[in-house]
Ligand binder design. Structure first.
Ligand code: SF4
Ligand code: FES
Length: 244
């Protein structure tokens, strides 16, 4: 199938839109199209990717203004149109479709419960590494608990009107709204580790926490992993008001 794509290229200051045509098998994704273009005529096209199956969160872009994982978005969705592919909003653009995800990571709670250290639920929940991670577990998958759905893709931060407004180019304005991904992580940490609940509520209760959220709920609409950050923010809002 042939498909044209309009891609924003360059840095934020000098970006231009270029149209490229790809010819790929049915079922191909937007990420396949970007790789087709880069390995063909445009070797300096920049974008991020790793897993190709919706797990690593690195390939997030905006397609026709909506945040999507390029590796899970089918080209067929755009048959007969020329979709516009742009980098995430709110983050500083490095080049083309690559943004600096640093501001997202800097706002996540420190020392959060680690997925791999805590997913074995055969005994008590622990932050320590599993002693023998390779050992087969009786009961198989039933003995594992998934603590973490967020893949830190940045879609919610890009879609949120508040982070778009307050995360500037130089960006790491520590007083700016910490954003939906960080608040979802704070709420999860409060749920998973009751001994850290007060610490987490103090974090969420700062002026740049829950209070800065304007309840647009774009975060929950775009999240590709159904984390529903808006729901976490509202849970935190209730906990803070009860604890105050
Ligand atoms: S909460 Fe959802 S949209 Fe936000 S960073 Fe995590 S996975 Fe991505
Ligand atoms: S390449 Fe990993 S989520 Fe798309």
């Amino acid at each position: 199938m042939k498909q044209s794509l309009r891609i924003k290229r360059g840095s934020e200051a000098d970006a231009l839109y270029y149209v490229y045509e790809v010819d790929l098998p049915a079922g191909s994704t937007v990420l396949d199209a970007l790789e087709y273009i880069r390995t063909g005529s445009v070797p300096d096209l920049m974008y991020r990717h790793s897993c190709h199956h919706g797990s690593c969160g690195t390939c997030t872009v905006r397609i026709n203004g909506k945040e999507c994982l390029a590796c899970l978005t089918k080209l067929e969705d755009f048959t007969g149109t020329v979709p516009t592919i742009e980098p995430l909003a709110a983050f500083p653009v490095e080049k083309d479709l690559v943004v600096d995800p640093g501001p997202l990571f800097r706002h996540l709670p420190k020392d959060g419960t680690k997925l791999r250290a805590s997913e074995w639920s055969g005994g008590s929940i622990t932050r320590e590494p599993i002693p023998d991670a390779n050992q087969a577990r009786p009961g198989g998958i039933d003995h594992f608990v998934r603590f973490e759905d967020c893949i830190e893709c940045g879609a919610c931060v890009s879609a949120c009107p508040v982070t778009r407004k307050t995360w500037t180019d130089e960006s790491i304005n520590i007083n700016a709204f910490i954003g939906p991904a960080a608040l979802a992580a704070i709420n999860r940490e409060a749920e998973n580790c009751p001994e850290r609940k007060n610490e987490m509520l103090t974090l969420a209760g700062q002026p740049n926490g829950v209070a800065a959220c304007e309840k647009h709920f774009e975060c929950s609409r775009v999240c590709p992993r159904m984390v529903y950050p808006g729901k976490h923010i509202e849970q935190l809002r209730k906990l803070i008001s009860f604890s105050g």
